[in-house]
Every structure is written in structure tokens, then in C-alpha cells.
Write a protein that binds this ligand. Sequence first.
Ligand code: GLY
Length: 339
Amino acid sequence: MEILKDIQFDSFPSRLVLATLEETSAAQGDLFVADDNTAGFLSPEQREKAVILPAGESEKTFASIERILARAVELKLDRSSLFVGLGGGVICDMTAFAASLYMRGTRVELMPTTLLAMVDAAVGGKTGVDYGSYKNMIGTFYPARQVWICPDYVKSLPDREYLCGLAEVIKTAILGDEALLIMLEEKREALLARDPILVREMIVHCVRFKAKVVEEDLRESGVRASLNLGHTFGHALESITGFSGVSHGEGVAWGMSKAVLAARLRGDISEAAYRRQITLLTDFGYPLDYPFSVDELIEAMGHDKKIQGGQKRFVLPAEGGKRFQILPLDETFLRKVLE
Ligand code: GLY
């Protein structure tokens, strides 16, 4: 096991490690949470202490949290017990949420199995469930004691799921990892073919980048909000397509193209930077042209939980000393970006 980063949050430490499949299947815990897609990765011993939920975003509900908590009660767990989540973002977010509630907080470790969860969801302690059509509306900040990053899981992902994670990788590169940006540009084919050495290198870049951001700003009062690059636009698109037509990654990729366009229209980035970022998104195959109603999209953006004091705030790429900026955009300008 290789330690990628040790973070000391206010009340407890959080360790990010690179692990092998053998190490993850030998991991100890008192309650394992998995879903239909990941239960097969549990060892027989882990399975005896598991709760296995149906897979999918539609299961990210209080009812699932209740099932996790009920299993913890059944297993007679106490506050010193360890919950372990094995799965994508939905399982990681819910396991940590349930752990933060059980007896006012038990220990939690996460084993992300999707690229998205490895580079984003499992790192940084955001937990929660959806509420109606609002994504991640209810939750807590509750970092895992250990996050086991096992790049081997990436091999088994469906293409669309892999691309979903790659959108967050591109986001990281645009936000401020020039070496990663160059790797994405120069090694695109090998990354799309999931070359194991490059995939591992790419994951390490992203985990280190995100760890640095959340270490500085766990509760998103400042720099962490930059991780929402593309998300305000993207969530709105996901929302008006009923969270089924457009995947999260496709939404984020499209959202980043709009953020990049907004920055260009404002004159914040050069034509060359604009072209470079759009080319990256198109080269990775993300559709950037969707039919939608601008009114409906603007209405959906009004529901984004990142709104402060009724103002829509957007993360836009920047150039020079700063790689991004966070600012409100008025509706007239938004229409220009969206039409
Ligand atoms: N996914 C964005 C964040 O963790 O803040």
C-alpha cells in the first residue's frame, strides 16, 4: 500500500492510499456497504457483514440510509465500529452519510470502484442523499478515515462510466494541473484504452490535487467551490433531462464547455486557451450540443444549491496567476452563453 496523502481535519485524520485488489479484499471492517455491481468484489468474510443495495442514482435515498443503519443495529455495532463503502459515488456518499449518523458518528473507510469516485466523490468528506429531483440536497461533511484507491477497478467499468470519471479528470487539469492537461492531450488514445500505468498516474494527479483543495477548505467556504467548474450548467442539464438522458460526466463536460465559452466571451481567457479546452472535450468524445429550452435550463439553475443569497455563482476558467474565478453571471449574459 502506498500512502498518497495524510490529511488532518479538525477532529480526525484521513489517509488516502493506493491499494491493490488483494489488499482491498483483505480489508477489515464491521459493516460493508456495496451494491449489485460491486458485491462481487467482497470477500466471503466481508460479505457476511454486508448490506447490498440496488445500484443506481435512484437508490440514493433516505430509505437506503435506513437499510444501512438497520443492518448496523442488527450487527450490534457501536460508535467504535467501522463502516466500509465499496462502490461508486452513490455508495461512497451514502456509506459515509450513514456512518456520520450512526450513534452520532462511527468510523468510515471508502473503497471507490469507479474512476469518478476515486478522483472526486470519495475524497473530501462530502456525504449525502438526493431529495426528490435535488441532487445531494441532504448530507454532512464527514471525511473517511481511509480511502483505498485501487486503480484495478477501472478495468471493469463500462465505457460510459469511465468517460464520466474522465470528465472530472479534465476538470482537474483545467483547474490547475498543467502536467495532467498535457498528459490528457498527448496520451488520449492510451488513456481511453485504459493503459494501467497511465490510468494510475492520472488518478494520483487528481487525488493529490483534490486532497490539497479539501485540506485547505473542507466545508467549501472558499477554494473548494472551484471544484464545481462546469457543474452549475451541467447539473441543470442533467436535471431537465430527468437525470437519465445525460450522464453526470456528459453534463459536466457540456457544462465546462459553457464555462469556457463564458470566460472567453468575458475576455478572461485567450482564444488559444478557449480552443485548447474545447478541443480537449471534443477529442475525448463528449457531445457538446444538446437540444434544450434555455428558459427551462435557467429555471433549473435557480435550484442549484450553490446559489448564495439568490445569486447564481459560476466557476469560470481564468488565465495568468489564477486558473479560475467564481462570480455571478446575470441572466442576459447567461442567455448569450446558452443560445
Ligand atoms: N465534488 C466536488 C467536491 O467534492 O467539492
